[in-house]
Design a protein around this ligand. Structure first.
Ligand code: FAD
Length: 494
C-alpha cells in the first residue's frame, strides 16, 4: 500500500499543494509516499518543448531525487514513448505498488486536461482515489468573473478582481505544509527506485556536450537555486524593478521565469515573500517595485485563465477571430533571417541571438521581435510562437501564446493593430547606450554612439559592412504601411 504523487510542472518539494496533500494522506494512513515523473518524447514533440527545457527538468529531477532520498521517499522516473500511453502507465505503476490514492497538480492546456480526465476515469474504474489540485496558478481559473458574469478579457479589471480575491481568500497565498519523511523501511521496499539514475534526455531532445554545459551555466536547476535567486532579487533589485524592468541591458528582472514554468518555484511563494518585504499588506499598495513585480506575476495567471476559458487558443486560433484572415507572407528566407538574428535591425538581431544562445530573451525584446515578425515582415505570428517554444528554456504555452497575441495584435487585450513598433526608436529608448546590442551582436561592438542602433543610415555603414553585418532587410516605413493595409483588409475594413 502507498500514496502516489505524480510530478509534472511542479518540480519542487516545498510549498507544493498536491505533494503536501499526498504526504499528509500517506502519514495518516501510515503508508509510504512514492513520487513519479514521466518523460514522454512524443509529448515533447507535440508541445514543442525545447531541448534546453527538457535538460533543465532532468537536472532538476537530480536535485529532487537527492532531497527526497533524505526523506526516504523514492522518485520513479520512466520514459513512455507514446503520450497516449501515459495514463495507463501511471495506473499500472499504482497497481503494482498497491497505491490507493494518486495526487497531482493540474496543468490547464487542452491535451493535459484530457490526459487528466482519462487518468481520473482509469483510477475510478480501478478503485483508486484520484486527486488533482490547483497549484500552478495563484487564483484558480474560473474564480474571477466580471460584473456580467463573464471571464474578463481585459487585464486591468481582471487584475483588480485578482487582487481583491486574494485579499478575500488569504489562504491562497499560504505556504503548503511541508512534507513528512517516509518510514525508513521504504528504502528497502523501493530499493530499485532509489538506485536507478535519472535518465538522460531522449534522442529527440538531446543536447551536445557544449550546449549542456552552456545551459547549466545560465540556468542552474532545482528549487534551492530558485529560492536563492528569488531572495537575491528581492534584496538587491526589486525596489528598482518598476523603473528598470524595461531595459534589457540593466539585468534588473528576476530571471525566474524558467523556475515558474518548470515549477521549481511557485508564483504563490514568490508573491508571499515579495509581499513580506513590502510595507503594506495590500498587494497593490506600498513599494512600487514590489507592486510592479506582483502585477507582472499576475499576467502569468491572467493568460492561464484565458486559456481555460477559451481553450481554442491552444488550437492555433487567434483569440480575436476577426484577425483570422490576415494574409501573411510565407517567406522562408525572411523567416530564417529573423530566426538567426540577421535582419539588419540591431535590436532585433541582438534579441534573437540572446534567445539562440541562452534560451531566454528579455521581455521588452520579446515584444520588439514579435512586432517585427508579425508587422514588419508580415509573417504569421504562429511561426514565431513555435520558434520561441522550441528555443525558450522558460517556454510556457499560455504566456507565450498571450505574448505573441499581444505583439501581433491578434490576442487577448492586445496592442491595437495600428501600433507598430519602430525597431530603431525602441532601440534608442530601451537600449539607449547600445550595451545590449554590443553584447549580442559582435559585428557592432566597435560602433560608437547612436550609430549602433542603425549603422547604415547613421554613418557607420562601412564599419558594419566590413564586419559582415547585414543591411536592414526591409524599409520600416514602407512595410509599416503594408502591415496597416493587410490588417485592415483582414478585418474587412479595407
Ligand atoms: P520578471 O520581469 O522578473 O517577471 C517575473 C515573472 O512574472 C516572470 O518570471 C513571469 O513568470 C511573469 N511575467 C512577467 N511578464 C509576463 C508576461 N508578459 N506574461 C506572462 N507572465 C509574465 N514568459 C514565460 O514565462 N514563458 C514564455 O514562453 C513567454 N513567452 C513570451 C512571448 C512573448 C512574445 C512575450 C511578449 C512575452 C513572453 N513571456 C513569456 C513573458 C515575459 O517575457 C517573461 O516571463 C519574462 O521576460 C521572464 O523574465 P523574468 O523572469 O526576468 O521576468
Amino acid at each position: 500500500d502507498c500514496v502516489v504523487h505524480w510530478f509534472k510542472r511542479d518540480l519542487r518539494t516545498s510549498d507544493n499543494v498536491s505533494l503536501s496533500k499526498a504526504s499528509k494522506k500517506a502519514k495518516e494512513g501510515g503508508v509510504p509516499l512514492v513520487c513519479m515523473f514521466i518523460v514522454s518524447p512524443q509529448d515533447y514533440e507535440a508541445h514543442l518543448t525545447s531541448a534546453p527545457r527538457v535538460d533543465f527538468e532532468l537536472r532538476t529531477l537530480e536535485v529532487m531525487k537527492a532531497d527526497l532520498q533524505e526523506l526516504s521517499i523514492p522518485l520513479y522516473v520512466a520514459t513512455v514513448e507514446k503520450r497516449k500511453e501515459v495514463p495507463k502507465h501511471v495506473l499500472e505503476k499504482c497497481q503494482e505498488w498497491g497505491a490507493k490514492h494518486v495526487f497531482c497538480n493540474t496543468e490547464y492546456e487542452v491535451d493535459e486536461l484530457r490526459r487528466e480526465a482519462k487518468l481520473t476515469k482509469l483510477c475510478l474504474e480501478n478503485g483508486i482515489d484520484f486527486n488533482a489540485a490547483h497549484d500552478d496558478v495563484v487564483v484558480p481559473p474560473g474564480a474571477l468573473m466580471s460584473g456580467s458574469g463573464n471571464q474578463y478579457s481585459v487585464y486591468s479589471p481582471w487584475y483588480r478582481a485578482w487582487v481583491k480575491h486574494l485579499h478575500d481568500h488569504p489562504a491562497l497565498l499560504a505556504e503548503a505544509e511541508s512534507i513528512s519523511p517516509n518510514p525508513a523501511s521504504a528504502k528497502e521496499t523501493f530499493q530499485s527506485m532509489f538506485s536507478t539514475p535519472i535518465p538522460r534526455a531522449p534522442p529527440n531532445k538531446s543536447l551536445s556536450d557544449e550546449e549542456r554545459t552552456r545551459y547549466a551555466h545560465y540556468w542552474p536547476a532545482g528549487e534551492h537555486e530558485a529560492e536563492s535567486r528569488l531572495h537575491r532579487f528581492i534584496n538587491e533589485k526589486i525596489n528598482k524593478y518598476k523603473e528598470t524592468r524595461n531595459f534589457p541591458a540593466a539585468n534588473s528582472t528576476s530571471l525566474l521565469s524558467v523556475h515558474f514554468s518548470s515549477g521549481t518555484l511557485a508564483a504563490r511563494t514568490a508573491i508571499r515573500i515579495a509581499r513580506s518585504a513590502n510595507n503594506a499588506q495590500k498587494l497593490d499598495a506600498g513599494k512600487a517595485g514590489i507592486v510592479g513585480y506582483i502585477s507582472e506575476l499576475a499576467w502569468r495567471d491572467f493568460y492561464k485563465h484565458v486559456l481555460c476559458h477559451w481553450p481554442f487558443v491552444c488550437m492555433g486560433k487567434p483569440f480575436k477571430y476577426e484577425y483570422a484572415d490576415i494574409e501573411w507572407e510565407y517567406d522562408n528566407e525572411a523567416f530564417a533571417r529573423w530566426c538567426e538574428g540577421k535582419t539588419g535591425f540591431p535590436i532585433v538581431d541582438a534579441a534573437m541571438r540572446q534567445l539562440n544562445e541562452m534560451g531566454y530573451m528579455h521581455n521588452r525584446c520579446r515584444m520588439i521581435v514579435g512586432s517585427f515578425l508579425a508587422k514588419d515582415l508580415l509573417i504569421d505570428w504562429r511561426l514565431g510562437e513555435k520558434y520561441f517554444m522550441t528555443h525558450l528554456v522558460d517556454g510556457d504555452f499560455a504566456s507565450n501564446n498571450g505574448g505573441w497575441g499581444f505583439s501581433a495584435s491578434t490576442g487577448v487585450d492586445p496592442q491595437p493593430y495600428f501600433r507598430i513598433f519602430n525597431p530603431f526608436l525602441q532601440s534608442e529608448k530601451f537600449d539607449e547606450g547600445g550595451e545590449y546590442i554590443r553584447k549580442w551582436v559582435p559585428e557592432l561592438k566597435g560602433v560608437e554612439g547612436k550609430a549602433v542602433h542603425d549603422p547604415y543610415s547613421r554613418g557607420a555603414g562601412k564599419q558594419a559592412e566590413k564586419a559582415g553585418y547585414p543591411r536592414p532587410m526591409v524599409e520600416h516605413k514602407e512595410v509599416r504601411q503594408r502591415a496597416l493595409e493587410r490588417y485592415k483588409k483582414g478585418l474587412g475594413r479595407g
